[in-house]
Design a protein around this ligand. Sequence first.
Ligand code: GAR
Length: 193
Amino acid sequence: MVLSTGTNKIKTAVFISGTGSNLKSLIKFSKLKKSPISINLIITNNKLAKGLKYGAIFKIKNKIINFKNKEIAEKKIFNELKKNKIELICLAGFMKILSKNFIKNFKGKILNIHPSLLPKYKGLNTHKKAIENKDKYSGCTVHFVNAKLDSGKIILQKRVNIYKKDTPDSLAERILAQEHKLFPKAILKIFSL
Ligand code: GAR
């Protein structure tokens, strides 16, 4: 794919559930000339998500979606994505699992960042699992989303050492710092092929 420039960037929606530090790094990246994406929409299942504040600073449209009924929630999201002509979805700390049907509709257009070296430690509590297993290193992965949890094609990974004194929180912090670099790099990689 060719890198698009200026006004011609790939319209992207970022899905978040909490802090949104990956959203923040993606927004920063999207403002660079070399970025093939623009961020046009933020979707969250959590009205208290801190990340909404970053979006607001840059006047990015957001939509808070109640996930009590997943089918209805996904219909609403689908409509928002269409309305905003979204071409790419980045899951950045989005803690809901999207249905097979939803994913099928955006096949090859959904990316996720996960805090482990997949295929190791899919799902939750990845840092705790890596420390308990006495792993020497863990890391983070950016991958395409398919119908199986944390199992789509891997785009990029970054390894991070685990030290004896590490707790899940200290490890999470070091991995998160790498996530902020890895997501933009992965986007550059897929759109410069
Ligand atoms: C990140 O570590 C991300 O990899 C993880 O949640 C954190 C969100 O941080 N995602 C998952 O665990 C998805 N299963 P952020 O809100 O500061 O970007």
